[in-house]
Design a protein around this ligand. Structure first.
Ligand code: C5J
Length: 220
C-alpha cells in the first residue's frame, strides 16, 4: 500500500488498483475560438495548468499505471446532444457551428482534440462523452471494472463542471477519488476554490485533494 499526503487526511491506495482520469483537456476549452470562449470565458486561465497535468501524466506513465483521457464532444449529427444543451443561453456560437477550430464540440474536429502537449500515448484510453459526467453514456464503468480499479486520481477542466460531476458519479459508484489541486482549473477561481472545499468537506464526502508534487512523491 502507498499513501499520498492529502486533504482532509492521507489517501491510501494499492497501486495495482489505481488509475488516472484526465478530464477534457481539449482545445475547445483551452484555446481561443473554442467552446469555452463562445461562452464568454477567459480561456488563458485554463492553459496555465497544461504543464502540471503533463507532470501528472508522466508520473503515471513512469509508474506503468492506467490512464484515461476524456473529451466532451458530440457525434457530427448531434444526435447525442440534447436540444437543451445546444439551445441554452446566448453563446457567440452553438455546439455544432463552424468555428476557427472546426465545428464546436464535435468529435473528429480539431477543437475536440486534446491539446497537443497532453496527447494520449499508445495504450492509453481516450473516451468521448456527451455529458458533463464521464460515466453518463460511456463505457467508463465497464473499463474500470475490467481493470479492477478501485481508486482514481482526477485532473482536468473545469473543476466545478465536468471534473466535479465525474468525481461525484465515481464516488456514488464506490470509487475512492482524489483530485490533483494544481492540475485542475476553472474559468472562475472562486468556483475552483469552492469545489475543492466541497469535495473534501465532511470527512472527504466526495473525495480527497492533493498537489501534483505529493502524488509524484507517492508514485516514485
Ligand atoms: C464545461 C467541462 N465546463 N469540461 N465542460 O462545459 O467542464
Amino acid at each position: 500500500m502507498k499513501t499520498i499526503v492529502a486533504q482532509p487526511f492521507d489517501f491510501t491506495f494499492d497501486p495495482a488498483h489505481l488509475a488516472l482520469v484526465v478530464i477534457d483537456m481539449q482545445r475547445d476549452f483551452i484555446e481561443p475560438g473554442g467552446f469555452g470562449a463562445t461562452l464568454g470565458n477567459d480561456v488563458s486561465l485554463l492553459a496555465r495548468i497544461v504543464p502540471t497535468v503533463g507532470r501528472l501524466l508522466e508520473a503515471f506513465r513512469k509508474a506503468g499505471l492506467p490512464i484515461i483521457h476524456t473529451r466532451e464532444c458530440h457525434r457530427p449529427d448531434l444526435s447525442d446532444c440534447p436540444p437543451a444543451k445546444r439551445l441554452r443561453g446566448k453563446p457567440s456560437m452553438r455546439i455544432g457551428d463552424e468555428g476557427p477550430m472546426g465545428r464546436i464540440l464535435v468529435s473528429g474536429e480539431p477543437g475536440a482534440d486534446i491539446v497537443p502537449a497532453l496527447a494520449a500515448k499508445p495504450g492509453e484510453t481516450v473516451l468521448d462523452k456527451p455529458g458533463k459526467g464521464a460515466f453518463y453514456a460511456t463505457p467508463l464503468g465497464e473499463i474500470l471494472a475490467e481493470r479492477r480499479i478501485t481508486h482514481l486520481v482526477f485532473a482536468g477542466v473545469t473543476t466545478e463542471v465536468c471534473v466535479q460531476t465525474t468525481m461525484r458519479e465515481a464516488n456514488d459508484r464506490g470509487f475512492e477519488c482524489l483530485l490533483a489541486e494544481d492540475a485542475t482549473e476553472s474559468y472562475f477561481p472562486e468556483f475552483k476554490k469552492a469545489a475543492l472545499d466541497m469535495i473534501r468537506a465532511q470527512g472527504a464526502i466526495v473525495g480527497w485533494t492533493a498537489t501534483v508534487a505529493e502524488i509524484e512523491t507517492a508514485l516514485r
